[in-house]
Ligand binder design. Structure first.
Ligand code: FAD
Length: 288
């Protein structure tokens, strides 16, 4: 089923993001992880895809197949384009079509100095247009969006204009980058509406439960940390168990406020951590 249909049927959805484990022994245990995640009853699970040339990318489709066929949950396959040409993208979409996978999160991907970019696709909007032109309405295509502004964008207005190009090219739903300040998301969603972006904008949420991960997030995705969150890190940063509890509670209250303000779903960045996904979904089971 296309995820747009899921969003039409249900006013608020729960979805997860996972990544294909790099280590072979972790990949062997993927069923254990999927079993627990699917037991939390997400409406769909998205599976990440390397920015280019990664042999792990075959695992994305393999995991998506499992999610669909073994666990009866709808998969969304992430697909990056910066380091692929049209023929390679044709091969991916042909494979997805063969496997009956109907949902693609179309992305540009981050630049990687070790993997040269190819010239067929400069932006996610080019990929979206190409998939639409070559496969028609076969796939539901989602795009990424950035409540804290994409780090390469000149400013907020520029980023929203570019986002509109993505939607005009055929993105039917937007999944957001993680953020820690709900007001940032509410303002962003309002800006989208004002710019004529009328597709569902689903907030992406990630619990920050350890100090190294928090630092990585700040450098990688430019997410801003509100003062109330900084205080938590300052106070509990050296105490693993306390930071875990505080990070989980912060995340849960973020989700509750978003749901109470009628967002159309919650996309949880699970980081493949089943303990976190279980605890969070347990905490909101009567809300969705
Ligand atoms: P784009 O939409 O192309 O945007 C990139 C920059 O270009 C932005 O600054 C934008 O303002 C600008 N821009 C966009 N369109 C145009 C245009 N037509 N003309 C001029 N400027 C334009 N990365 C991975 O490698 N694998 C993954 O699986 C993955 N999953 C993700 C899932 C989500 C929900 C999110 C939010 C991000 C994910 N990423 C993933 C990261 C993503 O690839 C990076 O953030 C990347 O830098 C941008 O990708 P994009 O698709 O948003 O690019």
């Amino acid at each position: 089923m296309k995820i747009t249909q899921i969003h039409t049927n249900k006013p608020q959805s729960l979805s997860f993001e996972i990544f294909p484990p790099k280590k072979e022994e972790d990949f062997k245990n993927i069923d254990e992880m999927l079993e627990i995640l699917c037991d939390c009853h997400p409406e769909y699970i998205s599976v990440t895809f390397g920015a280019g040339g990664s042999s792990n990318n075959n695992k994305t489709i393999e995991i998506a197949k499992k999610i669909k066929n073994q666990y009866n949950v709808e998969p969304v396959v992430h697909l990056t384009c910066l380091c692929y040409n049209k023929a390679e993208i044709d091969e991916f979409t042909r494979q997805l079509s063969y496997e009956g996978i109907e949902n693609i999160l179309a992305l540009r991907g981050d630049r990687n100095p070790n993997v040269p970019a190819k010239e067929d696709f400069l932006h996610a909007s080019d990929l979206i247009k190409y998939i639409k032109d070559t496969t028609g309405d076969q796939f539901c295509i989602a795009g990424a969006c950035y409540p804290d502004i994409h780090p390469e964008a000149a400013d907020k207005v520029d980023d929203i204009k570019n986002l509109k190009k993505k939607v005009d090219a055929g993105a039917e739903l937007l999944l957001s980058q993680l953020f820690f300040d709900n007001d940032t998301f509410f303002n962003f969603a309002e800006d989208c509406r004002l710019a004529g972006i009328n597709v569902p904008v689903i907030p992406g949420i990630m619990p920050c439960i350890n100090a190294a991960q928090i630092q990585r997030m700040v450098t990688m995705c430019g997410a801003k940390f509100p003062e109330k969150f900084q205080k938590i890190v300052h106070r509990y940063g050296d105490n693993k168990a306390a930071l875990f509890d505080a990070g989980m509670s912060y995340c849960e209250s973020q989700i509750i406020e978003l749901l109470a303000n009628d967002v159309e779903g919650i996309h949880l960045y699970t980081m493949n951590n089943v303990r976190v996904a279980k605890r969070l979904t347990e905490g909101i089971k009567n809300l969705i």
